[in-house]
Design a binder for this molecule. Sequence first.
Ligand code: UGA
Length: 445
Amino acid sequence: MQESRKIGIVGAGWVGLVTGGCFAELGHNVIVRDIVEERIESLRAGRMPFHEPNLPEMLEKNRERLRYTTAAEELGEADVLFICVQTPPTYSGDADLSYVWNALDDLPRSERRQILVMKSTVPVGTGDKVRAALEARNLSNVGYASNPEFLAEGNAVRDFLNPDRIVIGAFHEEDAVSVEALYSGIEAPIVRTDVQSAEMIKLAANAFLMTRISFINEIANVCEAVGADVVEVARGVGLDHRLGPHFLRAGIGYGGSCFPKDSLALKQLASNSGYHFQLLSAVIEVNELQKRRVIAKLQKHLGKLRGKKVALLGLAFKPGTDDMREAPSLVLASRLLAEGVEVRAWDPVARPTELLKGAQICDSVLEAVTGADAAVIVTEWDDLRTLASDAVRDAMARPLIVDGRNLLDPDETRAAGFAYEGIGRPTSPFEALAQTAEPPPRVQR
Ligand code: UGA
């Protein structure tokens, strides 16, 4: 039986609540502190501030070991304090560490030796700065470790309890030992390293995942030009054990609260140090262009877009979450609205924001596609696997599906009477012409 410790969590956001809930599950006593009163009250009342599968059950099951508070003093009781605050991009693209510094300012003085653990994604060098800030505040008895999170939204509880690895970078061996002990009960390789390398592991892992996505998206674009099928290509490539099958799903680009911001932060970190990270710059640019490719696909089938109706199916940046931060749906909606398209949007959990102003929000897929000239699969929700149905085909003004996530089988979809456009999949030029509103241009001889 492992020793139960008292853990403080700074920030009741998505990382903080998953971390707190999972440490409670491992038998520790957890105090979650946030500055937002309403959030703490909701949590005390058992209400979740966002959608994350399995998290509500996890918090409920361990409620005896979880305490929510706005009072910073209560963190003085904790042996280990996890900083789980947001690090959004500043205007320059660097990570904004103001929430980290605020957390440090609020740190209560404690008689016991506490360890501060950075879970938030921060630039390399943050640990050194925090260390110096602690010294300056006469808090040199407070230890410090970097222990980045590798949680994917929608899967975060499972990722925490079954991680590929646990990375711990510390200035002092005893702190690394204490942090490692908190995870006892979890089977995973432990990477013990220095603070800077731990910080870089997180940034490099995300950058590599994004590189794979932009790489396969570019391969998809070439596939379209030469008549290959990227789904087949990814399968064949991914079976090479040196490459592996993950993050090779071509689509309309990555979004979310992490990749876009972390790629910019790493790019800025490199350039602030005098290095131009060309590959990462290309990864970011490819992703931006990829989101917009849907527009060209719609134009190919519909001709001029002004006055057309388009259903955007899925608003969250990926399934399993209600998070719409940096979601491709936002770029698509605003581009389509600018083209004079009537946008009808649907998502099973994400609630529309100001950013979707101008789009008509629908309660069901059928409502969204009724009268539509095209349906675009933006997020690969399971509900959309049955999109190519008689009911949908009959409800649409034109039965055209642009599958931004390669969710459907092209042959089955065409057999069901739809024109189909995936990403990086062969299309028939006749299909496009048959759907075009305007007559095909005359060839001048
Ligand atoms: C990502 C990482 O996967 C986590 O390991 C990391 O901890 C987290 O960021 C973070 O830094 O906090 P997340 O953003 O929740 O997690 O979601 P992912 O599942 O990684 O998906 C990110 C985006 O990539 C989504 O928009 C998804 O649609 C897209 N994607 C993913 C693809 O387009 N193709 C793929 O093959 C995989």
